[in-house]
Design a protein around this ligand. Structure first.
Ligand code: SAH
Length: 398
């Protein structure tokens, strides 16, 4: 049986020739019938081979390329090769002081739609597309062969599955349920207890690793505000770095409860008065702090994704500007702000302009001392610049 084909419209094949892996429905001239997630050959309008990948007729992002080699067959050996290669690239990152990392980063690791994170001996996978969903069995086998993990959980409960017509799934694929809501990992020497069943994303914001340690190195003696703290990625590193005090703010009570457990896991007393938490809407809490005349020396601003699509950029920009304006007002002279956007639709250039506008509104003069990005286990594929999503600025108020 021959592989079903997708024919690309004349003049629309250039991105594929340049190894960009996405095919939108508008670029397709015609296609053979194929079930969601099936392997397809992607051909030009004359029928010449461009790439091989998987397709989902139900999605506007209809196909994603897996290989540009016409001789490469997508079988279990293919999944094993790609999984092994991605894991081999991460080995140098892992040590006794660093037991968690992203093993597979979707397009950036030439496995579009697949995320795999390692938390100690536990793996968490996310299948974001019908193509990965359909091939989950050989992928799980490949992970087994490579790492013999204690457990493999599937956290395919991201809203992007809706666009693929897939149900949201949260299940255990291998191993026993018992300890999954409390898995201990070490991130750059700092302990974190992770909930792999119900935590955000796959459980932790591994993408902020480098920025977490940067904040740790800046915290000594400083009064810190960790805004959008989640379970304390920045708070823990700042605490270990010798912060004078830390106020952690998040809308989620369970996240703050876990943050307190993480403080204990790093040897801080539960009632240590240096560490305070406030649950609620960060916009309101920041306004409140400004009004009551509070000041800080170091602020982290790490909100959730405000722009899920291009159409939401303007509204997102207003939200980012408000937050940054309030944070800048809260800083003492010489104080530092680490401010982030994880919206792929907001470029670093645009984000810098937003923070510029915020500084004008806050009547603060500031300098940028570093541009910040996602950690290096979240690489950016040159042919797929969309894999850069997390960007930030480290600013000093003059
Ligand atoms: N800084 C964290 C990750 C933050 S993720 C780390 O490094 O681990 C974003 C967080 O923002 C989530 O914990 C979410 O609960 C919180 N959040 C979302 N909307 C919020 C709001 N309006 N006010 C306060 N927190 C909010």
């Amino acid at each position: 049986m021959s592989t079903p084909a997708i024919y690309i419209k004349q003049g629309r094949e250039k991105p594929l020739r340049q190894r960009h892996p996405w095919v939108f429905s508008g670029a397709i001239q015609r296609s053979d019938a194929a079930p969601p997630g099936a392997i397809v050959d992607i051909l030009d309008y004359k029928g010449s081979f461009l790439a091989r990948g998987y397709a989902n007729p139900a999605s506007k992002l209809t196909a994603r390329a897996l290989t540009w080699d016409p001789t490469e067959i997508i079988d279990s050996a293919f999944w094993q090769r790609r999984v092994d290669a991605a894991i081999a690239r991460r080995r140098p990152l892992l040590s006794a002081d660093q037991t968690a990392c992203r093993l597979i980063m979707s397009e950036a690791d030439q496995l579009p739609g697949l995320i795999v994170d390692k938390y100690g001996e536990h793996l968490v996978i996310q299948a974001l597309t019908a193509g990965i969903d359909r091939h989950i069995a050989p992928i799980v086998t490949a992970l087994h062969n490579a790492l013999s993990p204690l457990t493999i959980s599937e956290r395919s409960d991201d809203s992007v599955r809706d666009l693929e017509g897939l149900p949201r799934i949260n299940r255990l694929l291998h191993g026993s349920e018992a300890a999954l809501s409390d898995v201990l990992i070490v991130e750059q020497g700092v302990n974190f207890r992770i909930d792999l069943r119900a935590g955000h994303k796959t459980g932790f914001y591994l993408d902020q690793r480098r920025n977490h340690t940067l904040i740790g190195s800046l915290a000594a003696g400083r009064k810190v505000l960790d805004c959008f703290s989640y379970t304390g990625g920045f708070t823990m590193h700042a605490a270990k770095g010798g912060a004078a005090s830390i106020l952690s703010v998040d809308a989620s009570e369970p996240a703050l409860a876990r943050l307190r457990e993480n403080l204990s896991a790093n040897g801080f007393a539960a009632d240590d008065a240096r560490f305070q938490q406030r649950a609620g809407n960060a916009f309101e809490i920041l306004r409140d702090l400004v009004q009551s005349g509070e000041r800080f020396d170091l602020i982290t601003l790490d909100p959730p994704k405000f722009a899920a699509s291009g159409g939401q950029v303007e509204k997102a920009a207003r939200g980012y500007k408000d937050l940054n304006m309030l944070a800048l007002k809260l800083l003492n002279p010489g104080g530092m702000l680490a401010t982030f956007s994880c919206s792929g639709h907001i470029s670093l250039d645009l984000y810098q302009k937003i923070v510029f506008g915020a500084a004008i509104d806050a009547d603060r003069n500031a300098q940028i001392t570093s541009h910040l990005f996602q950690a290096d286990d979240h690489p950016v594929l040159l042919t797929f610049p969309e894999s850069l999503y997390l960007k930030g600025l480290l600013c000093r108020v003059l």
